[in-house]
Design a binder for this molecule. Structure first.
Ligand code: G1P
Length: 353
């Protein structure tokens, strides 16, 4: 059995952060999203994991994942020259997978359910494919399954009028029959080779496809709000904050409200940090109030007169107040950056496009 993780999408809804880092390398609780998937595959005993990447990102992946692989796991880099959909990405791994069954993960999905659930069902029922489904509140954003007599009879990618609220999420198991299906399908209306179309082709040809349902949390870290939600959840459930090890820098004169995760070599001074804040290494935070936010490596926030909440700061982003009674702002604002200034705490990024 082999593992395959897809990483080469464009991440348009996470710009500008996804312009410098592929989505699966963005941190959740200070670890790249994809590192959780690698760990889950390794927990299943899988030793060979293929990562489908954009060719120019190999170095970045190698560097970022070094700390999260162990001697039992071999990572194989597989190139996808153009992002033409999930099924197209899977097709690039045909030689790597060979005649083995595979566990396929989407690199930007966080799934709490251990993968044993999918593996046991796949093996017990000797199917050609097993998908994991979960109930979602916005079915129009997902691949949606219509189930009758406990069998999937129809799959539809991001339907305008969803026939159920059961979404197929980013964990699948397949026999190599999936490659036959991918070669048989055509691009969808949005120009992508859809995994849902490939699975539908298998159903139509009479191959058995079954499903398992998870009621545990799942996150598709595809938008700013969902990324913050995933970070919040991960900090809450797996945080080290009850244990000082989770704060790897000095936090003199600051109030820390758990759960938080602070990396190495940060300067945290006279600030209120938390709850739900993760700060990567080398950041500077002075005289700030920070809640539910993510700071990437080397970001610098100082003397900010407002509470900062639901916010993300990219690597080496700088916001500094100089006088304490500021009236003027000088901004260097990169492409597709966004600032929302509000008294309305319910305002979310995803509905202020
Ligand atoms: C993809 C799949 C979709 C699936 C979703 C899970 O969509 O195409 O079938 O439900 O992942 O996150 P994406 O969000 O990548 O467009």
């Amino acid at each position: 059995m082999k593992g395959l993780i897809l990483t080469a999408g464009n991440g348009t809804r996470l710009r500008p952060l996804s312009q410098t880092k592929p989505k699966p390398l963005l941190p959740v609780a200070n670890r790249p999203v994809i590192s959780y998937g690698i760990e889950q595959l390794s927990n299943l005993g899988i030793q060979d994991i293929g990562l489908v990447i954009k060719p120019q990102q190999e170095e970045l992946f190698r560097k970022s994942l070094h700390a999260y692989t162990n001697k039992n796991v071999r990572i194989h880099y597989i190139y996808q020259q153009e992002p033409k959909g999930i099924a197209h990405a899977v097709a690039q791994a045909e030689d790597f997978i060979g005649s083995d069954p595979m566990v396929l993960l989407l690199g930007d999905n966080l799934i709490d359910e251990p993968l044993d659930l999918i593996q046991e069902s796949f093996q017990k029922e000797s199917t050609h494919g097993t998908v994991m489904v979960t109930e979602v509140s916005k079915p129009e954003d997902y691949g949606i399954a219509k189930i009758k007599d406990n069998k999937i009879i129809e799959l539809e990618e991001k339907p305008k009028e969803p026939k159920s609220n059961l979404a197929v999420i980013g964990a699948y198991m397949f026999q190599p029959t999936i490659f036959k299906a991918i070669h048989a399908i055509s691009p969808s209306a949005r120009g992508e080779y859809e995994i849902t179309d490939a699975i539908q082709w298998m159903i139509d040809q009479g191959y058995t496809i079954n499903h398992v349902k998870t009621t545990k949390p799942t996150f598709d870290v595809g938008t700013i709000d969902r990324w913050l939600e995933a970070n919040q959840w991960m900090l809450k459930h797996y945080s080290r904050t009850t244990d000082d090890d989770f704060i790897d820098s000095k936090t003199d004169g600051s109030v820390i409200i758990p759960p938080v995760d602070i990396g190495e070599n940060c300067t945290i001074d006279n600030s209120v940090i938390g709850p739900y804040v993760s700060i990567e290494s080398d950041a500077i935070v002075k005289n700030c109030v920070l809640k539910n936010s993510i700071l990437l490596k080397g970001s610098h926030l100082e003397n900010i007169p407002y509470e900062i909440t639901d916010s993300i700061f990219g690597e080496k982003a700088v916001i500094v107040g100089l006088d304490g009674d500021e009236e003027v702002m000088h901004l260097v604002f990169g492409d597709e950056s966004k600032v929302i200034i509000t008294n309305d705490r319910t305002k979310k990024h995803d509905n202020t496009e």
